[in-house]
Design a protein around this ligand. Sequence first.
Ligand SMILES: [Zn+2]
Length: 559
Amino acid sequence: MTPRPLLLVALLGAAFTTSAFAESDLETINRIRNEGLYHSQVMTMLQHLTDRIGPRLTGSPEMQQASAWTVEQLKAWGLSNVHLEGFDFGRGWSYDNAHAQLLHPRKAPLMGLPVAWTPGSNGVIEGDVVFVDAVTEAELEKYRGKIAGKIVLLSEPEDIGEPNSEIFERYSSDDLGKMKSLDLKSPASHAHEAPDSIAQNRKRLAFREAVGAFLKQENAKAALYRSSRDGGLIRVFGHDHRAGKTFPVPALILSSEHYQLLQRLVEKGETPRVALDINARFHDEDTKSYNTIAEIPGTDKNPEIVMIGAHLDSWHASSGGVDNAAGVAVTMEAMRILKKLDVKPKRTIRIGLWSGEEQGLYGSRAYVEQHLATRPNPTDPAERDLTPWYWNSPGWPITKKPDYDRFSVYFNMDNGSGKFRGIYTEGNVAVKPLFSEWFSPQSDLSEGTINTNTTDGTDHESFDDVGLPGFQFLQDPLDYMPRLHHTHVDSFDHVLPDDMRQAAVVMATFVYEAAMAESRVPRKPMPTAPSELEQQQEQEKAKKRQRDKERKALSELPK
Ligand SMILES: [Zn+2]
């Protein structure tokens, strides 16, 4: 080896380091920090969204109110092109209150909240409780003629047992260190994910539909489900929101302890009697739901686009503090900071506040489809009949729209209110030097861990799925999963202001740097349809996972 190439490498390295910041004006980073850390409005926004507007279920009047408020707010700051973009969703639904009471064999209040998209009770209804022990349509038949006028228990009973997770967690430097390596078992991209659960999901959803039809035919009065968290936490979900598919009888999710009480009474041969009063309704005036879009226009001729976003919708159990008013407030705050500093970005900086995330990334998928790229729906009609959340065979090929080539990057926030300890790159290693540079002035605020693995379950996926750079930050987990995720206590109280300010500063820095960078954020190779061999391998893997699951179930049988 001659010294010559080495020298060249060193020179290139130096050139790269200086050029990464050449056009970004490091002084702007100081100004972002000053505004975001010491003149923050992030908690004021959060409080309005949670305490004043409240739950924001997709399609509900509260969600409409929230959308209108975001438009008003973004306009008031002077952002450009502020508007709502509609997409087809389905029925709206809302509720005011729900009461449940045990009447027999003793009197006691029961804590519960309605399943979204189930009808109200039209006043107080009373009935004896029956456990419908069925997981197949054949098993349902055993209850024919036996549930008229009854209130049915539909969840599998389950022992609560020992608590097995920490309530609150921050990543240690050790945890973060481990996240720097590629996990070869994690999928390379969302577009290629082929979960083995499709058949199971389809079975489960078809069965849910069959249960609804059965309860209706048999004149059952109402259905009760068990919360999937214990300790009194009511963790909600929704039935199908599409017209013609909604669940036909009133349904409540009871706290785990209260559900199990009814279950045990039934097992002991008692006939518990319960009264319910659920004030809920459907809204069919508007079957669309809406994303909020606004921007700071780029100064380049025909500017490229950089984007940040978060989902504005929430579940109905609580005011959706960490899921995801936190993400909305941080993302809006990042826009506010940049507008306040009157930055003149080369690329257009755009914000997207999505709706319908909780039901299957509807809003961000619709945005991508309307502006960036389309792909055919699944060819299997049975799969197409599921909500998109359960589509596991996205169609090929991906067809680009005009903005596809002008699009640089999307940054998302939706993993609770924990501060940004780094970022996931979804298998894209070409972004590592850029992201490290962008984190470096903030190294006193964030370790800037670059995790090259994928992370899923939220709106950056919609971009990654069509081969565009879409990223979710790596956030401290805090008490998101154990206590708050979709539960009735996800409120303003659990959002930590210091973490929120930190996240807003990092978000604003990243989108500003992306808007000023010399070139577009590098992409992964365009996703293509999996080969026959890859499909075969996926099926093999799925079979093995299923076998392991069954083996595990066997070993857990009582000895
Ligand atoms: Zn969320």
